[in-house]
Design a protein around this ligand. Structure first.
Ligand code: IMP
Ligand code: MG
Length: 173
């Protein structure tokens, strides 16, 4: 049985987090056009909430990626959907739902840097640093959470619970 009754982060705390992150981004990129790349599917809500608070000229695009660990390699990236915009020479911000081991974003960052952006930064809604196996540190972090599996606000368990407007902890019995 799956129990999602425990609220870890309320809707109000999420709004405060969005306001804080947008203020940081509006300060750091003031007057500079920004290409925002949301990572599907988990970041679709965070990305849409965040871009509506941004004041610089913004282009929004999306990618869908997954990482897997092979037998001999440390990790591979599978691009299921690439963005359609050419980021060469542009300021780019990757918008992710949550960083766990950091494998996905470490590999994605490596790939995107080959496309020659002027700058490439990472903004995550949630961060689970206890589980990190890479050096990856987000440039912008919403809320740091303990080593628990969370759902809601775009995050899923087998595709479910993305529609919750707060963050819940998953308990499986
Ligand atoms: P990483 O490569 O281990 O950092 O993987 C991060 C990805 O795993 C995220 O983009 C999520 O799709 C997924 N993920 C990690 N932790 C959670 C969680 O607590 N809830 C839902 N998805 C998670
Ligand atoms: Mg994801």
């Amino acid at each position: 049985m799956i129990d999602t009754s425990e609220v870890l982060i309320t809707h109000e705390q999420i709004q405060e987090m969005l306001d804080r992150l947008a203020a940081e981004l509006n300060r750091d990129y003031a007057g500079r056009p920004l290409v925002v790349v949301g990572i599907l599917t988990g970041a679709f809500i965070f990305c849409s909430d965040l871009v509506r608070r941004l004041e610089m000229p913004v282009i929004v695009d999306f990618m869908q990626v997954s990482s897997y660990v092979g037998e001999i390699s440390t990790g591979n990236l599978k691009i299921k959907k690439d963005m359609s915009y050419d980021i060469a020479g542009k300021d780019v911000l990757i918008v992710e739902d949550i960083i766990d081991t950091g494998r996905t974003l470490a590999l994605l960052k490596e790939q995107l840097l080959k496309r020659g952006p002027a700058s490439l930064k990472i903004c995550t809604a949630f961060d689970k640093p206890d589980r990190r196996v890479t050096e990856l540190v987000p440039d912008y972090n919403g809320i740091t959470i303990p080593d628990k599996f969370i759902v809601g606000y775009g995050l899923d368990l087998d595709g479910e619970y993305r529609n919750y407007d707060d963050i819940r902890v998953v308990k499986q019995e």
